[in-house]
Each structure stands twice: as structure tokens, then as C-alpha cells.
Design a protein around this ligand. Sequence first.
Ligand code: NCD
Length: 337
Amino acid sequence: MTVELDAPPRATPSWTRRHLLGLEDLSAAEIETILRKADDFLEVSQRSRKKVAALTGRVVLNLFFEPSTRTRTSFSLAARRLSADTVDFTVTGSSTSKGESFIDTARNLEAMGVDVMVVRHSSPGAPHLLAQHLNCSVINAGDGAHEHPTQGLLDVYTIQRSKGRVAGLTVGLIGDIAHSRVARSNIHALTKLGARVIVCGPPTLVPPTIRRLGVEIAHRFDDILPQLDVVNLLRVQFERQRKGLFPSIHEYAALFGMDSQRLRRAKDDVLILAPGPINRGVEVTPEVADGPNSAILQQVTNGLAIRMAVLYLLCGQRSAERQANENAPVRETAETP
Ligand code: NCD
């Protein structure tokens, strides 16, 4: 296995994508391909020498237009563990906006030889736009309230590793469903892998149209709690919502926060997840976040393996495309009169 991961990645028949823009378009088989590859990289991350040579000479650029702690660090570290060069481009202030200047910025960065661009932006569809205008691979690291595919992948991966399966489990996504890209990516991954998904939050934070994605809706956490195998606690996304969507943080915590009293009414082996950043005392209390049912830090560890797997698979596909182009017969383009 070591030798395989030290060699440049090659395309696998089960992965033929150049970009990872969302989980909505992925098949269950493609999601499984990423999860199985992550197993290899989780093993690498457990070694004392946490590095393989697979992406030597490749360049991975983080282009973040929104704040990030876990995702950006995790992508940087994932790229370095694969021996790629990494560059962090953080846009602070508001002078760089959307439209042409956004594409122009990315094009200029790409011209420095970038192979993979990891993009976070407040506008839904921003990474898709870049994928249309750039030749490098694009990974969506969160686009507004739309999708956050690697978070969805690391959440299902954590569930699978902890419970041994995803199919047949009942998963509750609790909180601000309306403004959460994590909710959308979780819904796509979980439903594709055969889980039953219940979304639960105040009516102002749960759009009824979300049902179309194949989920059930609840507004009372206590009613659904005993059925749940997994509880994923989503942060209230104040930065994406207008004021007055619920009366107070205190009331939100009382109705939707996971505390030790609620934990006692849940299944004994209920798995507690949260994408972070967690607001202790709002969506989860410290006893629960740091308690035995919590896999919050495992999610972070698993996220690194998932991001290594995604970088590896995308670069393998690009190598295959390049090789196919080099081997393609030269076409006559000029017509002789
Ligand atoms: C999430 C995000 O940015 O969408 N965080 C993360 O990537 N771990 C969730 C959040 O901010 O609440």
C-alpha cells in the first residue's frame, strides 16, 4: 500500500471527475470510492511519518473568501501529507468582490501552475463558476448556504466508522437548516447511502421545500430524539440570516440544544456530531461535546483523510486526462482549400 501511495496517482474506473463541487451530483458508488480511499489515508495519518509522495510537484491553492479554521488547515495539511506544495490565499476586507474580478483573481493564480484550487465563497455557485473558467481542478470548500461536500463526506465517514454502516440508520440534523451548507451536503450523502434523515429546528429555520430532498421535517427535538442513531448539531448561521428568526439564543438552546438531560433520553449509543465551530451552551453543552458519545474531534481527524482522498482522486483523474491528450492522434485543423 505504501508503494502505491508514493507513486503518482492514476485514474480509477470508479472516479472520473476533475472537480468536487457538491454531493448532489455524486452517485452512492462515487461517495463509497472516496470513503474507501480515505481508509488508506487514515492509516497514513496514524503513522509517525505521516507523509506519502503521491502528489510531489503538484500545487494546491486555498482560495478562501470566508473565515475558516478547520477546513483550510485540513486541506493544507492534507496536501502536505501528499507531498504537494500548498499556497494559502486569504482574502481579507471586502475590496475583492464577485464577477470578473473573482474570475480574474483565480485565473492569475492558476497561471502560476496551480493543479487544484480549493475555494470557499459566500456566493452559492462560486466554485462552479471557477470550474467553468479554469483548467485546474476545483474543490468546493463551502459556497454560501449551498454545499460543503468534504464536510458531508467526513460526516458520513465518521458515522460509518463508528456505527459500521450508514444504511438503515436514523440521523437527525438539528438547527439552522435554512442557512446551512453542511445540512445540504449531509442530506445528499446520507440519503444516497440509505439513511433516514430527519431535519429539525424552529419553523423559521427549516424551509418546507427541503422535503424535496427526501427528508422528514420535525420542529420538536424531544419528539424525535429517542429514534435517532446520530445527532448532527448545526450551528445557527447568524452571518447568513436576517434578525428575528427566533426569540432568543437562550430559548433556542432550551428547545434545540443537546444537553445531558436530553442525552439521557436518547439511545445509549447515540453518536453526537457537530461540524464546528461549536458554540458551547447553545447547540451543545460542554458535558455532551466532550462526553463519550461525542465524535466531534474524530470528525476533524477523519476530515483530513477525506481531503487527502479527494485530492488524490482528482489529481489521478487529471493525470489520466493529460495522458489521454498526449496519446490522442493529432487532428488536422486547417482545411486545405
Ligand atoms: C461549517 C461551515 O463553514 O460551513 N464549518 C466547517 O466547515 N467546519 C459550519 C459552520 O460554520 O457552522
